[in-house]
Design a protein around this ligand. Structure first.
Ligand SMILES: Nc1ncnc2c1ncn2[C@@H]1O[C@H](COP(=O)(O)OP(=O)(O)OP(=O)(O)O)[C@@H](O)[C@H]1O
Ligand SMILES: O=C(O)c1ccc[n+]([C@@H]2O[C@H](COP(=O)([O-])O)[C@@H](O)[C@H]2O)c1
Length: 217
């Protein structure tokens, strides 16, 4: 029996942007994921901290997903008061979904630092990785991991874990960093943001948007 696919797109989403949405929707369609959850983290283990607080990032993720019935939001990491180690989340999800193929979706930049994540080999014992290309980021050497690297998406239907699927999705040249920089310079890059997220940022003055250099709004 082919396995049911549970997709997870984890992220800091600071803020969520059209690159996230596009990759989520395209993967859901191409792989036929039965479920696809966005999983905002609370305290990114590897970053100095998020710029917007967890509730604001969660609100933006929820608003971005609202028009798409195929996407849902899993807020478990935001409810945990510790750094969000992916391995902890996957241990829980594996217990809840023992028979499904868990597909943790990441960009190539995340794969490039995967060997520095907490317990990466255990992550591969719990889930598959689905990797999307990013401009200018080559595929790293994955030889140290006990995992099967593949470009054949059918592997996900056969294996609950242990596969690293390198997808050929066209990279989308958007990042939260570039969007925060534009906002801090007074621009609101609406083309790069879901409409409700652009409105939320403007209404809450996030990322320095709407604050003049003298501090006045
Ligand atoms: N444009 C994109 N194409 C492919 N993957 C992406 C893209 N944007 C984000 N991702 C991936 O989505 C996941 C969550 O991304 P994250 O929330 O960190 O956004 P980001 O744009 O990478 O943020 P930042 O610029 O702050 O690092 C990561 O695995 C990241 O690699
Ligand atoms: O568990 C770890 O050690 C770990 C290290 C780096 C990133 N992650 C997770 O990878 C996902 C993408 O991270 P980021 O920083 O690109 O938003 C997000 O769910 C993070 O919590 C997890």
């Amino acid at each position: 029996m082919p396995l049911r696919l549970l997709g997870l797109l984890g992220g800091t989403f600071d803020p969520i942007h059209n690159g996230h949405l596009q990759m989520a929707l395209e993967l859901q369609r191409r792989l036929g994921l039965e479920e696809l959850r966005l999983l905002p983290n609370r305290l990114p283990p590897h970053k100095p901290g998020a710029h917007a607080d967890g509730e604001q990032r969660l609100a933006m993720v929820r608003q971005a997903c609202a028009p798409y019935p195929q996407l849902s939001v899993d807020d478990r990491e935001l409810r945990r008061h510790q750094p969000s180690y992916t391995v902890d989340t996957l241990e829980q999800l594996r217990q809840e979904h023992p028979d499904e193929s868990i597909c943790f979706i990441i960009g190539m930049d995340s794969l490039a630092s995967f060997d520095r994540w907490y317990l990466p080999q255990r992550i591969l014992e719990l889930a598959n990785l689905v990797v999307c290309r990013r401009h200018g980021v080559p595929a790293p050497d994955l030889g140290d991991f006990n995992a099967a690297v593949t470009t054949d998406a059918r592997a996900l239907r056969r294996h609950r874990r242990g596969q690293i699927l390198l997808t050929d999705l066209e990279p989308v040249g958007l990042s939260s960093t570039a969007i925060r920089t534009a906002l801090a310079q007074g621009q609101l890059p609406r083309d790069h943001l879901p409409p409700a997220v652009a409105d939320y940022i403007a209404a809450h003055g996030l990322y320095g948007h709407g604050v003049a250099p003298n501090g006045r709004v």
